[in-house]
Design a protein around this ligand. Structure first.
Ligand code: ZN
Length: 67
């Protein structure tokens, strides 16, 4: 079986979250969720995984925090 790698930190993973067919480790997911928009950090990660994926994460976070 082929090992999957986190698209941001390139660590090999046994599991993680899959967004739009891309896999992300828990650590990177948390960092991304907590990143503020328009910081270097945010922009860097956005470039890594495409804005749509970031928006998806942020939207999910927003929805769950409203519940
Ligand atoms: Zn990672």
């Amino acid at each position: 079986m082929e090992k999957q790698r986190c698209i941001i930190c390139r660590k090999t993973l046994n599991n993680g979250i899959i967004i739009n067919g891309r896999i992300l480790c828990k650590a990177c997911e948390n960092r991304l969720i907590n990143a503020k928009v328009n910081t270097d950090f945010y922009n860097y990660y956005r470039d890594c995984i495409k804005k749509t994926v970031v928006d998806l994460l942020l939207r999910e976070k927003r929805l769950s925090s409203h519940m």
